[in-house]
Design a protein around this ligand. Structure first.
Ligand code: ZN
Length: 251
C-alpha cells in the first residue's frame, strides 16, 4: 500500500529527526500558521520533494492576521507547489479568554480574513485545510458555498449533527486527530461522522497526553476509529487515502 497520508501536520514544528522519519514513512500535508511558517514550509518543500504543503494563517493566531498580504503573495507566487490553503478558518479558542466586546471585534476580523482566503482559493482553484469549531462553522460554510469551494477538509472537527450533515451533503471531508484514542467525548463526536468522509491526521506536533503527535500516531488513531465503527482497520485506511487523494489531488 502507498504511504498513508497525514492530512494535517505542522511539519515545520517537528524536529529534524521527526521530519525525516515522517517523510520516509508517510505522505505528509504540512499546514502553515503564519508568514514565517509559510516560508519555512516552502523551504522544506525544496528539501523534501514528497512533502505536500498548504500555506495560510491559523485563525487562532489573531496577532498574525496582519500577515495576510504577505502570505497571499506567497500563495499566488507558489500556487503550483501547493496542495491547498491552510490552516485557515475561524477563531474559537482564542476568543474564550476575551471580553464580550473583544470577542465581537475579533470574530468579525476572523470572518473578514477567512473570506479573503476563501476568495483566493476560488481564484487559484485551491483546496482548503480548515480549523472551524462549533456553530461558527455555519458562517464558514456560507462563504464556502458563496465561492463554490469544492475540496474542503475540516480538521479535528467538533460540532453538531446538523453541521456534520451539511459538510457531508456538500461532499466535503472531516479528519480525525489522535485525540480520539483516549478522549471519550471526542470518540462520541467522531461516531457521528459518516464513515465515508473520514480522513486521518496527526496535527503534529500537538501533544496527546504528553506524547508528541507525529504521523505514526495515525495508525493507533485508525485502529480506534475502526473499533468505533465496528469495521476493519484497512477500510479506515483506504477511506482516508481515497478522500485525501480527492481533496489534495495527490498523485
Ligand atoms: Zn493545526
Amino acid at each position: 500500500m502507498a504511504k498513508i497520508i497525514d492530512n494535517h501536520c505542522h511539519f515545520e514544528q517537528l524536529t529534524k529527526r521527526e521530519q525525516k522519519q515522517a517523510i520516509a514513512n508517510y505522505q505528509v500535508v504540512g499546514v502553515a500558521s503564519d508568514y514565517q511558517s509559510s516560508l519555512q514550509l516552502l523551504a522544506l518543500k525544496k528539501e523534501y520533494n514528497d512533502l505536500s504543503i498548504c500555506l495560510g494563517i491559523h485563525p487562532e493566531r489573531i496577532n498574525n492576521y496582519t500577515d495576510f498580504l504577505m502570505v497571499a503573495e506567497l500563495i499566488e507566487t507558489h500556487c503550483h507547489q501547493l496542495v491547498g490553503i491552510g490552516e485557515i478558518g475561524l477563531p474559537y479558542f482564542s476568543l474564550l479568554k476575551m471580553s464580550r466586546a473583544e470577542q465581537v471585534r475579533f470574530s468579525q476580523q476572523g470572518l473578514i480574513l477567512f473570506e479573503k482566503f476563501v476568495k483566493l482559493a476560488a481564484k487559484l482553484d485551491q483546496a482548503l485545510n480548515l480549523h472551524c469549531v462549533g456553530d461558527d462553522t455555519w458562517q464558514a460554510i456560507s462563504y464556502l458555498e458563496r465561492y463554490r469551494i469544492k475540496n474542503v477538509l475540516f480538521h479535528w472537527f467538533a460540532g453538531s449533527h446538523e453541521l456534520i450533515a451539511a459538510i457531508y451533503e456538500k461532499g466535503w471531508f472531516i479528519s480525525v486527530s489522535p485525540e480520539v484514542i483516549t478522549n471519550i467525548k471526542y470518540q462520541n463526536q467522531v461516531k457521528m461522522i459518516p464513515k465515508e468522509i473520514l480522513c486521518l491526521e496527526s496535527d503534529g506536533p500537538w501533544l496527546y497526553q504528553g506524547q508528541r503527535g507525529i504521523p505514526e500516531m495515525m495508525i493507533a488513531t485508525a485502529q480506534k476509529i475502526a473499533l468505533l465503527f465496528n469495521c476493519s482497520l484497512s477500510e479506515i485506511l483506504q477511506t482516508s487515502q481515497r478522500n485525501a487523494h480527492q481533496i489534495w489531488r495527490i498523485k
